[in-house]
Design a protein around this ligand. Sequence first.
Ligand SMILES: [Zn+2]
Length: 468
Amino acid sequence: MITTQSHHLATAPLAYLVAQTMGMPPWASAYQSALDWSQFAFKRGEIKMVQAAPPMWVVGLGHHITPSTIRYAMGELARAVTHLPHIQVVLPECNQDLVQAAVLGWVMGGYRVPHHKTDDAHTNKVPVLQLVADHPELSHWIAEAQVMAQATCQARQLAHMPANTCTPTYISEAIASVCGGLPIECEVIDWDRAMQLKMGAFCGVAQGSDEPACLVIMRYRPHSGTPIALVGKGVTFDSGGISIKPAKGMSDMKADMSGAAAVIATMVATATLGLPHPVTGIVALTENMVSGRAQRPGDVVTAYNGKTIEIINTDAEGRLVLADALAYVIATDSPRMVVDMATLTGACSVALGEMACGILGNDAALIQSLIAAGDRVDERVWQLPLWDEYMDYLKSDIADMANASELGKAGTCTGAKFLQQFVGTTPWAHIDIASMMKTTQSAGHRVKGMSGVGVQLLIEWLRSQPLH
Ligand SMILES: [Zn+2]
């Protein structure tokens, strides 16, 4: 919970956010005896507790006061004071960007990974945040930021859920339930309909699983303009199929639906905030399993757009489910641009580590706008090349293309090159979030566990789009 007050109370716990450029704050002398300022470096996220009554925390912002440093510091603070029932926080300045960054950092940084332990006695709760600030728009800013932050938490929640619970059916029902209260129209394409529609790429992946697969389309239409389309990979568990993955780390493959989770959470936030842009979100939900019905290497499938694909590697399934989702949404909704988000390739982690997602596409302006939005919300994306020659890696002797290359080169680029065969001339960008699917160490607004990455990026990007 977040409340506001125009002045701080001397009787309650308090935290000050301080940047190096602010110099020594005027109130510091009161704590001269309790806090040794020579020991405080003003580093971003540095936290010192001052033994006073009531206690006080000083939180470093680094050199400058920016939304980024505020978000980071508030995330660190949220995890440092979980023993308190409430805390007052004094921001160095009061404007929309800083207040919203503070709320985002607090809620995202204070997120706790859901667990299934029967002993819940030691679970800390995030204290009530009492923002000390004064502005007529303050509660509106906070409410907006809470919607955005909750969207990331919602995506994390879905990604953390075990795959035996978080099935395609579960996700489609969750979408129906959350969209029921919002101006979003939902359409479900179940297995039979997908077969009728000749979505051979999607169905080829789904046929190996006993869990019914589906695609869910969410349409938000605040007016009748041409929509933007968001497409998410929702593989609720990826065993690799017949080209099975090694055992080590396979449990993380419950989060191979993180792209879909980001798209769902973004749609919910977009409609809740009442953004003015028409948006279609489509998620392709299936498991990728091993069974007597599972797709084999060497199989040939025909995608929704009529192109034939030789399956070289059944673990390159994300691009297959996305191929049909992309071609379908372009055919039905004629979007003015499409952004897909997917945990597509391990190669993206090799290239970029946990520092950025990869971005590739056919439209320079669209890619630049996504990179800029990612920079503003600290969900960085870095462009990789999509040269035509990458198609050489996907040559098949018997079909229009292969779904993977056995060369083991430029995996992220060939994955995107494959997807490009299904978007035609529609401006399109593909964001490979595999590199940032999981956070290995909590820092700022990032919490160890599944990251929910991409949600802030997509919301910020949508908010910055000119109206058509
Ligand atoms: Zn896979």
